[in-house]
Every structure is written in structure tokens, then in C-alpha cells.
Design a protein around this ligand. Structure first.
Ligand SMILES: O=C(O)CCC(=O)C(=O)O
Ligand SMILES: [Fe+2]
Length: 353
């Protein structure tokens, strides 16, 4: 299959342009990678098309225990149902590491408030000793905030984070294979350890006259996002032609999407689709849990040398001049966090603003 790819003189881009537009997201059964060589080749070819057209798909065959999925959703709902004072005990403003609870409206996307409450977690680590000459992103390294009203939260979040980290790394290997690389091609980007940013999210029903921005249109900044939606739909993905595609929850599968770092590493062969979540109707609430597998902060993003047929289809990276993407992972991460959480930035990063 790879020989065919490399030897092909047709433009991959032309071939894809002539196919009809898919109005729903495709599904990838990743367990087929462990099958026969033919199955492996066919899943790689499917994934290559998905990455080029969307970078968004349903993932099945991922091996995450459904009991753990149910447990983490239940724990997240219990957290959001706590009295406000218990949630504010871990308010993000207390964390220079952008960990903790944000009330609805506190986080901004493109300068506008997202109508969702959330808790952000990342790798649980010791704070680094940061000196005046250390890179500023090192100030984002350190422990998470855990609510004393819910001592069991740490265990379930940590187990879920580990499970979806494994899935994200499996997806990265599958992406490497799909792009004609060694399966470990992306491994250096997650050394010494990948970032494990996890957000538990609750979207309240929209106010009758209010905006329906649950989270505004954006691309994810990391490598691979693994999204778990509870029962209510709300996620929308913008396709290449600008049309919006609904991505409702499908039980037993995750929605997976590729982030800007993979767009950058493949010079735009892999797409990072713009997406958004709309608020549920008045009186309802929507829950989701988003996990962002990220590159290690200390690294930088390489340009992967794709096989010629794929290289010809590279689109380049469209960078927003007001929000340029850096190859330097830590700097990129800190910039995104400062923009999303201006209140935390003012308290903890006033020297950088
Ligand atoms: O809640 C969702 O379905 C989407 C969340 C999302 O896109 C994000 O937090 O980056
Ligand atoms: Fe997102």
C-alpha cells in the first residue's frame, strides 16, 4: 500500500476533491490495526482520508472500559451539583497553572464568553523551581486542584486520564502509519511525557434571549483530542466548504479530532477542523469531557517528511496573524492559556502582559 502511495503520480488532493462531500463524520475502528495485514492497510487508508478531509471522526474499538466511562461522567455530574462554595474552593484563579474550576462565562473563545462551567486538570506533577531565566511556560507545571468536598474525584479522574492517554497514543501511532511513517514517528513529541489536559464540562441550558455559544468556534491546539459526550448533542464541526456538521454522541465511541500541532507537523496535510458546541435548549444541560493529548512542553514541533503523493497535497498552515502558532510547544501552550483565561493571566502573569 505504501509503495502504491509513494509511486502514485496522481495528485492526492485532486482525487479527494472529486469525491462527494460527507455530511456526517466517519467512524474508525482502531482495533482493526491489530488484524491481518490487509485490515491494517485498509484502516490506514481510511484514516489517511479522514485526516485529510476533516481530522474529525468517531473512534470505536478503543478498548476503554465502559464502566470507567460511566464512572467519570457520574463523578463529573456530582461535582457540578456541589454547592457553589465547594466548587469555588478550587477556582482557577487560585492556580498559576490554569488548573481548577471556572464558572460559566469565565473562559473566552475569540474574546467572547463560553457559556459552560468546567474544571481543568493536567498532568499531576511537582511544581518546577522557576528562576528569572526559566521559560515562562514552566510556571504552568505543578499539581492540580482537587475539591475537599469530593475526595473520590482524584482517583476516577486520574484513571480516566490514563485510559484516554493510552487511546491518544494509540491514535498517534495509527496516524503515523496512515501517513506512511514509522509507527513511532510522533513519539519524540511526547517525550519525556505527553501533556494530559482534561476538562470536565457542563453546559447549562441557554437563556431565552441569550447567545447559544457553549464554546465558540475554535481549533484545538494540541495533538489529538478524545471527546466523551453524555446524552445530549451539541458539538458541531465545520467542514472544508464551511458547512456545519452535527456530531451527536454515539454510545461506546469517542469523537476524536486532530489539533493544530499535527497540522503544523504535516504542513497542513492533516486538517484541524474548526468546531463549536451550542448550548442546549432552556431547561436542559449537557455534559462532556474533553481530553487533549499534547506534546511535551520542552520540545518543538518537527516537520514530518511525508511520502511524495501526500506531500503534494500539503496545504500549508494558515496562521492567524493575531494569534501565530509557534513550533515551540511550551510557549504556544502558555499563549493559548493566557488568551483563554485573562483573569488568571492578570493575577499570575501580570509581568508578561
Ligand atoms: O463539549 C464539546 O462537545 C466540545 C468541547 C470542545 O471542543 C473543547 O473544549 O475544546
Ligand atoms: Fe475543542
Amino acid at each position: 500500500m505504501l509503495e502504491a502511495l509513494t509511486a502514485s503520480t496522481d495528485s492526492y488532493a485532486d482525487e479527494k476533491m472529486s469525491e462527494s462531500v460527507i455530511a456526517h463524520l466517519p467512524t474508525l475502528d482502531i482495533s482493526r490495526l491489530d488484524g491481518t495485514p490487509d485490515e491494517r492497510a485498509s484502516v490506514a487508508a481510511d484514516l489517511r482520508d479522514i485526516l485529510y478531509e476533516h481530522g474529525f471522526f468517531y473512534l470505536s474499538g478503543h478498548g476503554v472500559d465502559p464502566t470507567l466511562v460511566a464512572e467519570v461522567l457520574a463523578a463529573s455530574k456530582r461535582f457540578f451539583a456541589l454547592p457553589e462554595a465547594d466548587k469555588l474552593e478550587i477556582e482557577m484563579i487560585r492556580s498559576p497553572r490554569f488548573r481548577g474550576y471556572s464558572r460559566a462565562g469565565a473562559e473566552l473563545t475569540q474574546g467572547r464568553p463560553d457559556w459552560r462551567e468546567q474544571v481543568d486538570f493536567d498532568c499531576e506533577e511537582e511544581a518546577l523551581a522557576v528562576g528569572p531565566d526559566s521559560p515562562a511556560w514552566q510556571r504552568t507545571i505543578g499539581p492540580n486542584l482537587w475539591p475537599s468536598a469530593m475526595p473520590e474525584l482524584k482517583d476516577v479522574i486520574t484513571r480516566y486520564q490514563d485510559a484516554v492517554t493510552r487511546v491518544g497514543l494509540d491514535v498517534l501511532r495509527a496516524i503515523a502509519i496512515a501517513l506512511g511513517q514509522d509507527e513511532d514517528a510522533f513519539e519524540p513529541m511526547v517525550r519525556p511525557r505527553p501533556r494530559q489536559h482534561l476538562k470536565i464540562l457542563r453546559y447549562p441550558g441557554r437563556a431565552a434571549a441569550g447567545s447559544d455559544q457553549g464554546v465558540g468556534a475554535h481549533k484545538d491546539g494540541g495533538l489529538v483530542t478524545i471527546l466523551l459526550q453524555d446524552e445530549l448533542a451539541g458539538l458541531r464541526v465545520q467542514g472544508q466548504d464551511g458547512e456545519w456538521i452535527d456530531a451527536p454522541p454515539v454510545p461506546g465511541s469517542f469523537v476524536v479530532n486532530t489539533g493544530e500541532l499535527l497540522e503544523l507537523a504535516t504542513n497542513g496535510f492533516v486538517r484541524a477542523d474548526v468546531h463549536a458546541a451550542v448550548s442546549p435548549p432552556p431547561g436542559l444541560e449537557r455534559y462532556s469531557i474533553a481530553f487533549f493529548l499534547g506534546a511535551a512542553h520542552e520540545g518543538s514541533i518537527p516537520l514530518i517528511d511525508l511520502p511524495p503523493a501526500l506531500k503534494r497535497a500539503e496545504r500549508g498552515v494558515s496562521s492567524d496573524p493575531a494569534n501565530p502558532l509557534f513550533r515551540d510547544v511550551g510557549a504556544n501552550h502558555l499563549k493559548a492559556r493566557l488568551r483563554s483565561h485573562p483573569d488568571v493571566a492578570r493575577v499570575h502573569y501580570a509581568d508578561l502582559l
